[in-house]
Design a protein around this ligand. Sequence first.
Ligand code: F6P
Length: 324
Amino acid sequence: IKKIGVLTSGGDSPGMNAGIRAVVRTCAFHNIECVGIVQGYQGMIRGEFIPMDARSVKGIINKGGTILKTARSKDFRTPEGRKKAYDNLKKEGVDALVVIGGDGSFTGAMVFSSEFDMPVMGIPGTIDNDIFGTTHTLGYDTALNTVVEVIDKIRDTASSHDRLFFIEVMGRDVGHIALNVGVAGGAEEILIPEENLGLDRLLESLHRSKNSGKSSSIVIVAEGDKIGKNVFELKDYVDEHMSEYEVRVSVLGHMQRGGSPSCFDRVLASRMGVKAVESLLEGKSNYMVGLLNDVMSLTPLDQAIKGQSKINLELLRVSDIMTT
Ligand code: F6P
């Protein structure tokens, strides 16, 4: 391998820049060339490459977002798009790829490397943490800290006005963020995509909390929660069935994806970048690097995306006990 291409794809997450920096500097350390591919697979199809040396990634370890930009590419889902992308890589002399992204990006990488002779290595970058083969994806820890900080602020208003707040957090398919910030933020209930706790239980628990002397409450709702109602519908439901609370809704949205990465995410990104490049140099392909028991490990890409990333159900019980 003489030249590695690095790209970020899918939703951005804090730590992606630190990951790019790690890939570029590991390439420099091993005296191989590195190019950045702009806007993920879209830039590969357009042939937009930027040569990157060790100094080109200075001052980015602390920056959120991704300097390479990112996209969810529709064109890369077509054989024609992938063929164009491959031709551009060959023209540029790229002979291996590091893809920083989530499950959609890994699916693209897998299809691509099965069609063409192009070794690929994945670095999991998404705030959702919905990838198997790593306890943490890049950006997850930062997002948790961002959300907890906001919950603390909303709690000030909740307790000053004796209000009930439904706070929607990201997590289309998994409840990792909701569960953890729920416990850390002292939520009364946590609604997640994996379990349907039911509306009856929600009302019951809100009644119980009121009767136990609590004057304000916070309920964390994951975007894709299984109860099947969004935060605004939940507010209407509670308004209809309980008069004890003044209810407000807060949808946190994309602020959860931004900001300077935490120390944990910066270190994780640095370790993952080194592991990804060195694994390619050892002749490995079609793996994702991950953190398991504090050791860098490799998981085949198809398992990383197909294998279920399981939430820790113990946290639901801990949350129940904490709301006593
Ligand atoms: O996958 C990361 C994520 O932030 C999800 O939690 C969320 O559902 C989705 O991306 C939002 O995507 P977009 O920024 O494309 O609207």
